[in-house]
Design a binder for this molecule. Sequence first.
Ligand code: CP3
Length: 364
Amino acid sequence: HTLPSAHPLVDGRTTAAPLVRALRGDRPAEVPVWFMRQAGRSLPEYRAIRAETRMLDACLDPAVASEITLQPVRRHGVDAAVFFSDIVVPLLLAGVEVDLVAGRGPVFETPVRTAADVARCRAEYPAERLRAALDPVRDAVALTVSALGETPLIGFAGAPFTLAAYLVEGGPSRDHLRARTLMHAEPETWHALLDWAAELSSVFLEAQVAAGASAVQLFDSWAGSLSAADYRAHVAPASQRTLAAVQSIGTEADSGPTVPTIHFAVGSRHLLEETAALGTSALGVDWRTPLDEASQILGDRLPLQGNLDPAFLGAPDEVLRAALSDVLRRGERAPGHVLNLGHGVPPETDPAVLTRIVELAHAR
Ligand code: CP3
């Protein structure tokens, strides 16, 4: 395969950037660092832009989305940008009626709960409809990548289970009980739903990669609510297909996929074996599981990303420094380490603390 990208910078950047090297199991001189939710409400320059623009409008305006994506790179000197978008954007572009409600999250006009609902989604909002509507995403990525130069852009998508959990519930929920019930009550309907969600996620990721993203992260925010057996039987095949779609885009002889993948699920220590078996290049680990323990469970097979507890961002400097050293030391056990938080940046975070973490990590 060759990379189906028109962007001339793609080839040079992908192999050399510390982030990409670490995701392939290498140890660059400085540990690469970025923060989940770095492009967002902790930055005053972000709030200034968002004051006049609705969230999903900002995602679909290439100049705005690109500017917001670049802000944390300029301010903190992180080793990667993460594309400013949202996990519901592919659903929206496929035609699904969805809104992002501040302080709440994704809310769907019509929850997807029955075999007929799933059949209607697949018929009315097929992946081809998404593919035909992706220009704003392609343009935002291309603009961003050309402004980033040597710094890689991480593309992302929501994993099929997390998308399905929102669709079935109609919005955020605590334990995703309705979604998990559908899985057992109507397994065929469930698989049809996940199949469709996996296709939308794949198409969204492929567009970002084709436009110049150097790595991608699949967010399975709610997978932690599943048992290992249910994850394996009812969720893993869909996530695996989505990751495989990205990994099949050009492979380099001895260093694996051209565009490495990160899989991240919150609260998923009990799923480490299952998520490692998805075939992802690297695994994100939340703050609950020390990186050396995660690596040991995995037989030290996979590069890891994480996992400073966001709660330390508000602690005194010496407390933060000790926690950071601990994460970096434990991360040495894995075949590669990308420093990150154990979940997203909280909105009330002092941005100077994030800049400080980047400096400390690079100075080590
Ligand atoms: O990480 C980044 O900086 C890139 C952008 C990004 C956003 N959402 C922007 C956003 C990414 C990677 C996401 C992923 C996302 N979106 C996930 C997976 C990650 C995770 O946290 O587990 C999930 C579950 C969503 C769904 C979603 N979108 C939620 C729960 C919310 C929060 C609602 C709220 O206001 O509290 C959103 C909205 C959202 N997505 C915001 C941002 C910056 C906040 C919008 C605002 O600024 O008002």
